[in-house]
Every structure is written in C-alpha cells, then in structure tokens.
Design a binder for this molecule. Structure first.
Ligand SMILES: NC(=O)C1=CN([C@@H]2O[C@H](COP(=O)(O)OP(=O)(O)OC[C@H]3O[C@@H](n4cnc5c(N)ncnc54)[C@H](O)[C@@H]3O)[C@@H](O)[C@H]2O)[C@@H](O)CC1
Ligand SMILES: [K+]
Length: 533
C-alpha cells in the first residue's frame, strides 16, 4: 500500500471493515498485535532461538507499556503473544483499567489471566537494564495532546533499549508528524534500534514533519483491510495522498527514433552578472534529465560571463520582457524556468508576466516566488501548467494564512498537515505546488497529492546545500519539456533529486547532482515497478 492515511481515514476503514461483518474489532486488534510480534522477530532474528525451552539460557524479557485506548489494547495482545513464545513480560498500564475501550478491555483481561498489570508509578528507570526490549503501546492514532511528564520521563529512560512503537511513537501526531513531547537538546541517535510497526498503510505522521526522524524505521503490517477502501470513498489521490515510489524506467527512457525537438526545448532565465550560477545549474539539470534542447536566456550584461561557462546549453540574449516575447515566438520552446537568482526588480516581474501570459509550462522558483507573492496580478496569472517550488519561508510569503494554520499547534484531530496546506495552496494558486523539505509534498489544483520522503533509508542530509533547489527547478523544467504533466514532472524530479544525492553521498555539492543522473537513470532502465510517473 502506498496510500497515506489520516487517523480519521484509518478509523473509517476499520469501521467499514467491522460494519461489513467480515471482521471484528477484536480480530483486528489480534492481527495488529501479531503483526508487531512478527516484526520483532524479523528485526531481531536472534530472538527466535528457543530460549525459553533451553534451561541453560535465561529467558527473554520484555516490558510492555500500555496506554488507555486501543493502542494499549494492541500492547496487551503483544504481551500475551510474547508470553506464549516463552518471554518473561512485564506490563504497565497508564490510566484506569475500568475506562479501557471494550476491545482493549478484553485483551487486558486476557493478560490478567497470565500475569500482573503494574501501575504506572512502578515504572521506574532502574528496570530498563534488565529488559532487552521495550514495547510502547501508549498512544497511537488517538494522541490528542502533549505527552505528560510522567510518561516523558519513562520514555527518555528507555532510549538506550531496543524499542518498538506500536502504530506510532506515542508522542507523534499521526496526521502531521508534529512531536508532542519536549526532547532534551542534542539527543542524537534516539531512533537507533527503534522500530515502529504500523498497520495497513503509513499514516501521514510517519513521513511528515519532525516525527519522521523519531520513528526509527517503519514496518507496515497488513491486518486484512485491503477490501475496504471503496466503503469510504474513491481510491484516488484526491482522497489519499501517496508515497512516491521508484520511478518507471520505461517512462524516463527516450524514444529511439525521435529527434531532439521531440524531447522539448526548455528556456531558463538567468540573473545578471555574478548571478548566473543558479540558472546554469538549473539548465544543466534540465539537459541531463533529457530535455532535447536547453537555452539560457541572459541579460546582455551577463552574456559574456555565461558564454564562457556553457557548452551544450545554448545562449540567448533576453534584455527585457519584449525580448522574451520575441523569443517565445518560437513555439518549440515548451517549458520555462524563472527564479533561480533572477533578481527582484521590475524587469524580472515583467519577464514573469510575459512567461505566464504565454501559457507555456512554467516553473517558478526562488526570486520568482517572491515576486508573485508581492504582486497579486502576477499571482492571478498562474495557470494549471505552472509549478511553484517554495521552501518553508517562500511558502509563508505566498500563502501566509495557510502557513499560519500549519504552524498552529494541533490540539485535536483531524490535525492540519503539510499535505493539507499544500493542497490548499495548490487549489488557490490553480497549479502544482511542490512544498520542499525532507518531506516534500506535491499537490495540484485538483487535490492530487503525494509525498517524496527523504527519510529512513532515503535520508540525504547532504542535499541541504546551496544551489540544490536550483537543480531541482531545472529537473522539473526538463521533464515538463519532455511532455510530463506538471504534477508528474514535479514528482519525478523530486524523486530523482533525492536519488542523485543518495548516489553521490556525503560531500555532495549542487553541481554534482545533474552529473549523477546518467547512473541513476541507467539503474532504472528496464525497471517496470513504481507508481509515480
Ligand atoms: N479496531 C480498531 O480501532 C483498531 C485500533 N488499533 C489500535 O488502536 C489505536 C487507536 O486507538 P484509540 O483511538 O483508542 O486511540 P489511542 O489508543 O491512540 O489513544 C486514545 C486514548 O489516549 C488518551 N490520550 C490521548 N493523548 C493523550 C495524552 N497526551 N496524554 C494522556 N492521554 C492521552 C485519550 O484520552 C484516549 O483515552 C491505533 O493506533 C492502533 O494501535 C488496532 O488495534 C487495529 C484495530
Ligand atoms: K504507540
């Protein structure tokens, strides 16, 4: 499953499954607990040695922390299943057993037939050294507020243990990824040895915001809900955003018999003298990603500087908006990129006006975003063939009210997430918005949304380097020139951008990114898996 679910959608899917009579809530809880145990043995195969049957070896020990809702119910199931496998299990309950929801209560009682449930006050830090494994089933999709101090203190004491979070770490908002617990400064490596086992599909909070860095690794276990999507709405990306997966090599390969114009002509506008590097990097990116031709449009004062630096990329003097109109008489130019170090003057605003009025595919980045944020008329000229590529600061300038909603602390579900914010922004702008970050969210004006997650095995901290955004703008422009739709160009470019950084590794500078594309594209050729473009 690549769909990403909110807490409300997950609840609705579960409810639809239960209402259909195909499964009960208790059965789902049992499957969830079994999925966690399965994931534990997959993660740590050494546990599968039958220690309990071997008198010479000490039995495996685990502690299970159960919360007051159904997440706690999953915890009681895990405790029972581990006990059945010979583990010594200690169970703590945060909250009042009499107030547990019905399914959790049933599993609490089943556990009580096996062992004790200890009150939270007894959950003291001296016990962690004895337990190889801590299972945290305190809160999942039902987390509604800051984690209280008596839980926080316990969690901080367990950081050196092997830890398994059931569904989500209990301090992460499942809709937004916001961390609802204060972390001590400089806590590095907190996710080492930490696994989060979730059910059916990723929740937004596994991939968005600060939370992603604290899930350790996320394992998704099926609990048999695949058949229930239609019960809660269409299975389309307007309803469920999706996680961008490996690209189809076939879609990226070029048609053997085609000539260069078949693959489009991208025009990238450069800034003035000493401001041309950003546009040159974007142009290199557009060319490497496969645009048939790439031209840099330069102001006359920068012509010599740029001419000395480019070879395969062509050069065109574009003094002002009139000159751009003349250049755009060539209808083969089918994708434009404006923004990287472009400048913030009247000339540049006029260039954007002409570009937007031309109706061509148009990537607006950096300075172009600042200019359209300042000028309502320009903003209103955006159309469905445009792609905006803001980072957080630019997004706040363009959509201050949406950014304020996103920054407001979530007090109750459904919480407003970066996905909601990007969708709202794209609808307002009437085009595709790519909201950058390790959790890049892409949406178009119809509500289709996806996430390009540079987290977990795709973490690339070295991508945060000057100019990498310029290359991304060039990648998008190149794919637009090649005929990809705006949303698919943005998705494909974002995914490849991360792959290029992964391929190069630490020490990366922006110029290196386009140069990784041949190897990355080569590795995709022949691949027929994927779901993004
Ligand atoms: N039938 C189902 O609904 C299933 C649910 N499942 C599990 O159930 C979870 C959702 O269960 P619930 O909706 O009961 O929610 P949770 O168990 O996540 O938490 C809800 C409870 O925690 C309390 N709470 C929330 N935030 C708190 C805070 N900061 N401090 C103190 N108390 C807080 C709430 O008042 C409520 O009592 C999922 O994450 C999943 O693990 C799975 O068992 C699969 C089946
Ligand atoms: K949890």
């Amino acid at each position: 499953m690549n769909e990403l679910l909110t807490a409300a959608q997950m609840r609705a899917i579960e409810q639809a499954a239960i209402d259909s009579g195909a499964v009960t809530g208790l059965e789902l809880m049992e499957r969830a607990g079994a999925g966690v145990v399965e994931a534990i043995y997959e993660e740590w195969p050494a546990f599968s040695k039958p220690d309990g049957e071997n008198e010479q070896k000490p039995r495996l020990r685990a502690v299970v922390l159960c919360g007051p809702g159904n997440n706690g119910g999953d915890g009681f199931v895990v405790a029972r299943l581990l006990h059945q496998r010979g583990w010594v299990v200690e169970v703590f309950l945060y909250g009042d057993a009499d107030k547990l929801p019905p399914d959790a209560r049933v599993n609490y009682e089943k556990w009580c037939e096996i062992g004790e449930v200890l009150p939270w006050e007894k959950c003291t830090s001296d016990r962690w050294g004895r337990h190889p494994l801590v299972i945290e089933a305190l809160f999942g999709t039902g987390l509604t507020r800051e984690v209280p101090d008596d839980i926080r203190n316990v969690l901080l004491a367990t950081l050196n243990c092997r830890r398994v979070a059931v569904d989500l770490p209990c301090f992460i908002n499942s809709d937004t990824g916001a961390v609802l617990m204060e972390w001590p400064q400089n806590l590095s490596g907190v996710s080492a040895g930490h696994v989060t086992v979730t059910f059916h599909s990723h929740k937004h909070g596994h991939l968005l915001g600060a939370g992603a860095a604290l899930c350790g690794q996320v394992v998704v276990k099926s609990i048999g809900l695949e058949f229930c999507y239609e019960a809660i709405g269409a299975t389309t990306a307007e309803v469920f955003p999706y996680l961008i997966g490996k690209l189809q090599g076939q879609r990226l390969s070029k048609i053997p018999s085609a000539h260069k114009f078949t693959h489009g002509h991208a025009l990238i506008l450069s800034g003035g003298p000493a401001q041309t590097g950003a546009a040159r990097m974007a142009a290199r990116g557009a060319l490497r990603i496969g645009a048939g031709l790439v031209t840099l449009g330069v102001p006359p004062t920068a012509q010599q500087e740029v001419a000395a630096q480019v070879t395969a990329v062509m050069l065109k003097r574009i003094a002002d908006a009139d000159a751009l109109s003349d250049v755009l008489e060539d209808k083969r130019i089918n994708a434009l990129c404006l923004g990287p170090a472009l400048g913030l003057g009247e000339r540049e605003a006029n260039l954007i006006r002409v570009a937007l009025e031309s109706g061509r595919n148009c990537v607006l980045d950096a300075d172009a975003l600042t200019l359209i944020a300042r000028d309502k008329d320009l903003f209103e000229k955006l159309h469905p063939d445009c792609v905006l590529t803001p980072h957080g600061g630019e997004f706040a300038r363009l959509f201050p009210d949406i950014a304020a909603k996103l920054d407001a602390p979530a007090t109750k579900g459904p919480a407003y997430s970066k996905i909601d914010a990007t969708r709202e922004a794209a609808k307002r702008a009437g085009c595709t918005v790519l909201f950058k970050g390790p959790d890049t969210v892409i949406s178009d004006q119809t509500g289709v949304a996806s996430v390009n997650a540079a987290v977990y095995d795709r973490t690339v901290p070295w991508l945060a380097t000057a100019g990498s955004g310029d290359v991304l703008a060039g990648f998008i422009t190149g794919l637009l020139a090649r005929g990809f739709s705006p949303v698919h160009a943005a998705e494909g470019a974002a995914w490849l951008h991360v792959e290029c950084a992964r391929h190069f590794g630490p020490g990366l500078i922006a110029e290196d990114l386009p140069e990784q594309l041949p190897a990355v594209l080569q590795s995709l050729s022949g691949s027929d898996q994927g779901n993004a473009v």
